[in-house]
Design a protein around this ligand. Structure first.
Ligand code: TYD
Length: 138
């Protein structure tokens, strides 16, 4: 099983006119789950690596609203890196994928939508623990 094959780029439709551009996203439609929580990451220094965890229950869509950043994904076996540099796309990440967000450009804003309310118990923050869980599953 390659969990990373389920990590998908979602292209949003853009409504633009002479006043500017607009993207609307809807739960269970554009976003492939019921949206329960939204948070955004900003003011992040370029040297910082965020994320560094996997989630037992949360699925995510990451949208870089301004600037750019990179997302490194691994399921313990496979690895890939995605550059987010436009508010016109979202990166869907299923549960149990390990993710690192890094190389944030100055002024960047990363929007995250997820299917869960915040629960710190569903986070796996120890990579070795993650690998041992994945070894059972993969
Ligand atoms: P953290 O999970 O470390 O952020 P990231 O993975 O995006 O780098 O969260 C940073 C802090 O914010 C931590 O104290 C927990 C808190 N937090 C919430 O209270 N609610 C949330 O929905 C999230 C994602 C984090």
């Amino acid at each position: 099983m390659n969990l990373l094959e389920e990590c998908k780029i979602i292209n949003f439709s853009e409504s633009g006119d002479e006043r500017g551009k607009l993207v609307a996203i809807e739960g269970n439609k554009t976003i492939p789950f019921d949206v329960k929580r939204i948070f955004y990451i900003y003011g992040t220094d370029q040297k910082v690596i965020r994320g560094q965890h996997a989630n037992k229950d949360s699925e995510f869509v990451l949208i870089c609203l301004s600037g750019n950043c990179k997302v490194r994904l691994t399921d313990g076996l496979n690895e890939k890196t995605v550059v987010l540099d436009t508010p016109k796309v979202g990166l869907y990440i299923p549960k149990m994928v390990w993710k690192d967000m890094y190389d944030f450009s100055s002024g960047s804003v990363l929007l995250v939508v997820t299917n869960t309310y915040y629960n710190k118990e569903e986070y796996i923050r120890d990579f070795n623990e993650y690998l041992s869980i994945q070894k059972e599953l993969l």
